[in-house]
Write a protein that binds this ligand. Structure first.
Ligand code: SF4
Ligand code: FES
Length: 287
């Protein structure tokens, strides 16, 4: 992750929206539009304890210009002190989450032309302490994630009778957790969660859905341990299913579903002395 703009960036030619270039059809789609957008960035420094205020920049955009491109442009041409965090620029690293026109989004994955506004307002993610400008502190978020033991735990990583061979999984086994493994830990769901806003000890949608992701993996046998971690007054029961986490996820993960599935596992376990393996067998027998 980087806090300043990438070295070497800036070789690209920036062309105003409605400036026609001979032989370049792409420019024509913006002929009825404006040349520039107004970029508003909420600034502030937690170390200097300065009052937060907006800085505005006029930025030329093209059809495919992303909000991250615009921020980098403003940083390189107007004010190098704008603090932003980014790395991959392809919605994979989860570094560039921010509030864009009121909605948590990835700046590198948000095209300005698709926002449909002349003004683009960027603010740091709520539910995270702000370090400076658009850079927030993810320590608490990652602590919650780590607390869920987000890795496969298994006394016997491969079936004993097939030692030194791979652990085979059927497509159905994989389907139990696949969508949750697409999480890039961008924190957008965490920033949108109304329960996190009122209780910082609540693990949040990302951590809870990851607890489900590993528990639902048939290579793992630590589900009971994870259920004990989430079964407390600041834990899974505090979710009141607002669903905003799933609405903002840029990777198509449905953390609200993960939380409900984890709850159903928890209730099954508390109501019956049967082990999860027994429950899975009953489920399989019904099919
Ligand atoms: S569940 Fe989605 S929104 Fe939440 S951290 Fe993972 S990728 Fe980001
Ligand atoms: S820069 Fe990596 S997700 Fe946006």
């Amino acid at each position: 992750m980087v806090y300043e703009s990438c070295k070497g960036y800036g070789s690209e030619t920036w062309i105003p929206l409605n400036k026609k270039t001979a032989g370049n059809d792409h420019q024509t789609v913006h002929d009825e539009g404006k040349q520039n957008v107004l970029l508003r960035v909420l600034r502030g420094d937690m170390f200097k304890k300065t009052k937060r205020s907006f800085s505005t920049f006029s930025v030329p955009v093209r059809r495919w210009t992303t909000v991250l491109d615009a921020l980098i442009y403003a940083k390189e041409h107007s004010d190098s002190s704008i603090a932003i965090r980014f790395s991959c620029r392809m919605a994979s690293c989860g570094s560039c989450g921010m509030i864009i026109n009121g909605i948590p989004r990835l700046a590198c994955y948000t095209k300005i032309s698709e926002l449909g506004y002349d003004t683009v307002t960027c603010e740091p993610l709520p539910n995270f302490p702000v370090i400076r400008d658009l850079v927030t502190d993810f320590q608490q978020f990652f602590n919650h994630h780590r607390h869920m033991e987000p890795y496969i735990e298994n006394q016997y990583p491969v079936p004993r009778e097939e030692a030194l061979s791979e652990f085979k999984q059927t497509p159905r086994d994989i389907d139990n957790y696949l969508q949750f493994s697409y999480c890039i830990k961008c924190g957008l769901c965490y920033s949108a969660c109304p329960t996190v806003a009122t209780d910082t000890k609540f693990p949040g949608p990302q951590a809870l859905s990851q607890a489900y992701r590993y528990s639902a993996d048939n290579r793992d046998d630590a589900e009971k341990k994870r259920l004990d971690i989430v079964d407390n007054r600041h834990g899974i029961w505090r979710c009141h299913f607002a669903g905003s986490c799933s609405a903002v996820c840029p990777k198509g993960v449905d953390p609200a579903l993960g939380i409900q599935l984890l709850r159903s596992h928890l209730m099954s376990i508390s109501k019956t002395p049967k082990t999860l393996a027994d429950l899975r067998k009953i489920d399989d027998d019904k099919d």
